[in-house]
Design a protein around this ligand. Structure first.
Ligand code: SF4
Length: 378
């Protein structure tokens, strides 16, 4: 069985081709090439129909696709399946944030979140690209889990499909669990599927891939698919960045920013630099001034993210005054700098927190069932 969400429209059309050829019937060798052209056209049309049903109308049962022939529905039932991950946990916050923990086919779990903007016109789906993460960023819960595996294309696309069953999504960000550029092939293909105008039809400006700084893969991403880039910067000196992001020991800030300068941005587009603000670590006026100098000449915006405190890290959240003062320095220097409003504070909002809680709970119940004392792993 093939998962539908792993297929581009062209791949689906190739799979449907034998069916179209059979239906047209081959009468003589002379007719062959003409027939093939006709069959390809038909297969493309049916692929488009099926894409519309699944991605635009949200239908996942082949039997319900009433304008498909019986043959096509039978073929779909026998060969393709719309992947629906199991919901292990769903948490809703009064501000409208909805967080899911899904179980993939092999019982591995990942998180996805719907984040509504305060003005109610933007709904961002934040999705995962890996089960866990190997990058070990010191401020991140997911970084404490290690990586178990990359997500497959269908598992990435299915997260967006599931979130769209709950809410209209205007934006998709690869900022959930995992380093997307460590799973580049699958992330690129998933982006192509999300961009398909007959499918979910996201604009390239509305899909953002975020990286912790895998420098060679940044250029490859830019060469392979046209989407927006976000970079998790979080520090203004190599010493500081290496202390919280081990990736910086391999590719330092200068190399990272060079890759950003060379990233192919379309017109009117900017790179987003994410800056998690950690009290007394990277939140001083000197940090703000160094930040301005670092990104000079790069069409960019700075997204300041006051640290969301959790038990896996000792960092503290800076005061609101400190955050505002930092932002003001950037804005006064002519930069675009926004402060991410903390959404979903009432639920396990930090990336990886929900999964960690479930893992800890399972660990406790399995230890209890073995007669051991409960273990707290976070
Ligand atoms: S911040 Fe992102 S890249 Fe860093 S450990 Fe967490 S999930 Fe991985």
């Amino acid at each position: 069985m093939i998962y539908f969400q792993s297929l581009t429209q062209n791949e689906l059309s190739e799979l449907l081709l034998p069916l179209s050829l059979d239906r047209l019937g081959r009468r003589s060798r002379l007719e062959e090439s003409e027939l093939l052209i006709k069959a390809k056209k038909q297969a493309r049309f049916h692929a488009q129909q099926i894409y519309h049903w699944v991605y635009q109308r949200g239908v996942s049962q082949w039997e319900q696709m009433s304008d498909l022939s019986k043959d096509h529905r039978a073929w779909l039932i026998a060969n393709l399946e719309v992947f629906r991950p199991k919901v292990c946990s769903r948490q809703e916050s009064p501000d409208g944030t909805v967080k899911f923990l899904w179980e993939m086919g092999d019982s591995k779990t990942v998180e996805g979140v719907i984040i509504p903007a305060a003005e109610g016109e933007r709904f961002t789906g934040c999705i995962s690209s890996q089960v866990g993460c190997a990058m070990k960023c010191a401020f991140c819960v997911t970084g404490t889990q290690g990586v178990e595996r990359n997500l497959e294309v269908h598992e990435i696309v299915a997260q967006v499909y599931e979130l769209r069953q709950v809410s209209p999504l205007t934006n998709v960000v690869f900022m959930g669990m995992g380093e997307p550029l460590k799973n580049l092939d699958n992330v690129v293909k998933a982006c192509e599927i999300l961009l398909d105008t007959d499918g979910m039809n996201f604009s390239k400006r509305k899909i953002t891939v975020s990286t912790s700084g895998l420098v060679p893969a940044i250029a490859e991403l830019g060469a392979r698919v046209d989407v927006s880039l976000a970079v998790s910067l979080n520090a203004t000196t190599d010493e500081q960045r290496s202390a919280i992001m081990p990736v910086n020991r391999k590719w330092n800030i200068a190399e990272l920013l060079k890759a950003c300068r060379e990233y192919p941005l379309g017109s009117h587009r900017r790179i987003t630099f994410e800056y998690v603000m950690l009290r007394d670590f990277n939140d001083t006026p000197d940090d703000a001034r160094r930040l301005m100098k670092l990104v000079v000449g790069i069409p960019s915006k700075i997204n300041l993210i006051p640290f969301n405190e959790h038990a896996s890290a000792d960092f503290k959240r800076p005061s609101d005054e400190t955050v505002r003062a930092f932002q003001k320095l950037l804005v006064d220097a002519g930069m675009t700098a926004t402060v991410r409003v903390s959404r979903g504070r009432e639920i396990s909002a930090a990336c990886g927190q929900l999964r960690s809680a479930v893992i800890a709970r399972e660990s406790r119940s399995s230890d209890a069932s073995q007669g051991l004392s409960a273990v707290t792993s976070y």
